[in-house]
Design a protein around this ligand. Structure first.
Ligand SMILES: Cc1ncc(COP(=O)(O)O)c(C=O)c1O
Length: 370
């Protein structure tokens, strides 16, 4: 099997640790280790101190899988498998799809949600939103279904647009999938990052027998360094296949990360609330900035998640704009090309404390921009 470069991750690799300012990150600032330990209970600290650094169970530490279950309606740990988020996506597509199948994914998308499907030589269609408000229409989705369609890939809250579905839209998608007997892989990495006064969607695994939910610590929790994600599904035989595939990749998880993830899950609000507050504040700051800058031709504030896809009134391409911005002002932005999306967009990420300062530098740069 051959797979193309993950353009967005390669672009980050080039700039993330050298650019002075990051304006496009989808994660919030990482919490310090001490913060996790300060918020842990006595029992959790005992678990941490007594931790033995041998191999761990392939499916994930049973205590961790119990902690995960508190956020789902399913109630046995056989419904949960833990690995890194990217690994779980990679394995799921490989377990589910063959070249004779057809899949549908949303667009623009985090590249692995399309590229892994392509690497299997499985035909792929893209479900696109209306650009004026990034609204996805379920009727458009149904039109993409073919005789051999096997899988729908969702990602709400959506990276990069910040779009979200209503509960009735999600129910409609489940009805469509049930009618055509399709799996739904729902990338819920930004779960619970709800900005507008909106109803939080349930994980797909709570409401659909062929639904697979992916969540992890990177975005909602501000703990990307733990590299922990998990799949939850009612389909236990699918999850067993995921575990067998994992034997060829990481085999098992990092033992310390598993315990730290238990602490994070059991004290979710301590991690989620400060992130949400920061994201909401930064959106307001950006709205003011966008109102004053002619270069920003359209800004749709995110309804959920931590990012938005901002349209620019520029002559060249978004990639040229981003390259020039990072070279001349040290500000890293991710252009539309990294999402294989046409149009003059850059992603803006709201989860960083130095966001207002970064915007000041950006505003200075734009004064002389031609
Ligand atoms: C939609 C989506 N899914 C999955 C991931 C992967 O998460 P991680 O970086 O923790 O592997 C990301 C990361 O940006 C993402 O945006």
């Amino acid at each position: 099997m051959k797979i193309s470069d993950f353009k967005l991750e390669r672009y980050f690799a080039q700039h993330e640790f050298t650019a002075k300012y990051l304006l496009s990150s989808s994660d919030s600032d990482g919490y310090e280790m001490n913060y996790i330990l300060e918020n842990a209970s006595v029992d959790e600290l005992v678990m941490w101190q007594n931790l033995k650094l041998g191999y761990t169970e392939s499916e994930g530490n049973p205590a961790l899988r119990e902690s995960i279950l508190q956020y789902y309606q399913l109630n046995t740990i056989e419904n949960v498998v833990v690995a890194t988020p990217g690994e779980l996506n990679f394995i799921s597509m490989n377990v589910l799809l063959d070249p004779t199948d057809h899949a549908i994914t949303i667009s623009p998308c985090y590249q692995s949600l399309s590229e892994v499907v392509k690497s299997i030589d499985c035909p792929l269609s893209f479900w696109k939103p209306k650009e004026d408000g990034w609204v996805f229409d379920t009727e458009d989705l149904e039109k993409l279904i073919q005789n051999n369609t096997k899988l729908i890939i969702l990602n709400f809250p959506h990276n990069p647009t910040g779009s979200y579905l209503t509960r009735s839209q999600l129910d409609k998608i489940v009805d469509i999938a049930r009618k055509h007997d399709l799996y739904i892989f729902s990338d819920e990495m930004y779960h619970k990052l709800i900005i507008d006064d909106l109803e939080e969607l349930p994980p797909i695994s709570d409401i659909y027998e062929k639904g697979i939910s992916l969540w992890g610590t990177s975005k909602t929790f501000g703990l990307a360094g733990l590299r922990t994600g998990w799949l939850v599904s009612q389909d236990k035989s699918f999850l067993q296949k995921v575990v067998s595939f994992k034997d060829y990749l990481s085999i098992c998880n990092s033992a310390p990360s598993e315990i730290l993830t238990i602490m994070a899950l059991n004290h979710l609000d301590k991690f989620l609330e400060p992130n949400l507050e920061k994201i909401k504040k930064n959106i307001l700051v950006f709205q003011e900035f966008a109102d004053q800058q002619e270069l920003i031709s359209s800004f749709v504030p995110p309804r959920a998640g931590s990012t938005s896809f901002v349209e620019l009134a520029i002559e060249g391409t978004s990639l040229e704009f981003s390259n020039q911005l990072v070279e001349q002002a040290g500000i890293m932005t991710v252009p539309a090309e990294m999402f294989e999306y046409e149009g003059k967009y850059i992603r803006v990420g709201f989860g960083r404390a130095n966001f207002p300062e970064t915007l000041e530098v950006f505003a200075d740069y734009l004064k002389d921009y031609k």
